[in-house]
Design a protein around this ligand. Structure first.
Ligand SMILES: *Cc1c(COP(=O)(O)O)cnc(C)c1O
Length: 389
């Protein structure tokens, strides 16, 4: 068999490997507590499930959906954006439903990148930006995210010739894995940079609705002129506990949305319509479930920050996202410390290095684990003597 070279370039997707190790440990009888993948443990709200049950009985929903989604869904997305961010989007030209944000993020690379082209990709980051770039045959120019710059890209660091030739820039705030947030001014600076250099701005806002103590993340679409250069990716996954249903959206620049639609129309046949109805229910129904979720995550966040603090690891309390981004003790690598936690106390965390080389020196702990597991995990952390590396 002659496989493609792109397969050789792929590292194993981090969570596939972690899931394998957890399964192995559990099979051997270990009581594993996982702070690994960001996948809400809280069920999808009941009204959204009820809508699925009804929608599943409707025969038109048994047929192929349209790739651009039900018009009612595109209108529901516009409605949500207007209510949440006070911006008006044309549901026919500026909105495109996706089979989860990940699908659109992966495919959008094909809209802009030809072999040999350049993409500006943050590091550490959600792996799909770089992988999509590689699948399109293009190169990533890494934008290091550092604590000293609030985990924002330092645009002054990008060489002039790279800025001139790059075709896209990826950003993601609130950020996975660092849990950093970007202010309106930060997003405005990034937008201005992309306009100046004719770079398509791709903002991933998957965590915009997970903000603590009333923190409300901005949308890149709120920035003046953003629709000249950019689109924003969103997901129902983290906001409404819908990771398993696979639905998200892209919104913004009409030409970019059309390009993504063209790629998708040749690769997929849309989102199951009953799932589209679930999204309509989620986006237009009461939003109390979102606040209820955030309250649960906030308690877990505080518990985990406290446990890490008592281990002597100083971690800032995140304002948003589902993650705690913690430095590893001196002398450890990310992977080494994660392995130690698993070996000694059956605790799973994600090594920062699986998000890129600038993630080295950190681990990520996800808050999407039931309260009693969080408590058990924190107690184990607190009573553990960190061995010398
Ligand atoms: C979870 C996540 C997504 C994927 O969302 P889906 O809609 O479930 O595909 C996208 N971006 C980031 C940064 C994420 O963490």
């Amino acid at each position: 068999m002659k496989f493609s070279t792109r397969l050789d370039k792929l590292a194993p997707y981090p969570f596939v490997e972690i899931s394998r190790i957890i399964a192995e440990k559990r099979a051997a009888g270990a009581d594993v507590v996982t702070f690994g993948i960001g996948d809400p443990d809280i069920p999808t709200p009941q009204p959204i499930i009820e809508r699925l049950l009804t929608a599943s009985q409707d025969p038109p929903n048994h047929r192929y959906p349209e790739t651009d989604g039900l018009p009612e869904l595109r209108r529901a997305i516009s409605y949500w954006y207007e209510k949440r961010f006070d911006i008006k989007l044309d549901p026919d030209t500026e909105v495109l439903p996706l089979i989860g944000a990940k699908e659109g993020i992966g495919h959008v690379a094909f809209c802009f990148l030809d072999p040999g082209d350049l993409a500006l990709v943050p590091d550490p980051a959600y792996p799909v930006y770089g992988v999509g770039t590689m699948f399109a045959g293009a190169e990533s120019h890494i934008m290091p995210l550092r604590e000293s710059n609030g985990w924002l890209p330092d645009l002054n660091e990008i060489p002039q010739d790279v800025a001139r030739s790059a075709k896209v820039m990826w950003v993601n705030y609130p950020n996975n894995p660092t849990s950093a947030v970007a202010s309106v001014e930060d997003l405005a600076g990034i937008t201005a940079y992309c306009r100046q250099n004719d770079i398509a701005l791709l903002h991933d806002a998957a965590y915009s609705e997970v903000g603590y103590h009333g923190y409300k993340a901005a949308s890149s679409m709120q920035i003046e002129g953003s629709r000249d250069v950019g689109i924003e990716f969103h997901s129902l996954s983290k906001t409404y506990n819908m990771t398993g249903w696979r639905i998200g959206m892209a919104v913004g620049n009409a030409a970019m949305i059309k390009a993504l639609f063209q790629i998708k129309a040749n690769l997929d046949s849309g989102i199951p319509q009953a799932v589209q109805e679930m999204a309509m229910e989620a986006l237009t129904g009461p939003q109390d479930c979102v606040d209820d979720n955030v309250k649960i995550y906030q308690k877990r966040r505080d518990r985990v920050v406290k446990a890490l603090g008592s281990m002597g690891l100083t971690v800032p309390t995140p304002e948003a996202s589902l993650y705690i981004w913690a430095p590893v003790p001196d002398g450890y690598t990310s992977a080494g410390f994660a392995a130690k936690l698993l070996e000694d106390i059956d605790i799973v965390v994600t090594p920062g290095s699986s998000y890129g080389k600038y993630g080295e020196g950190y681990i990520r702990l996800s808050l999407t684990t039931p309260d009693e597991q969080i408590e058990k995990g924190c107690q184990r952390l607190e009573s553990w003597q960190i061995p010398s590396p």
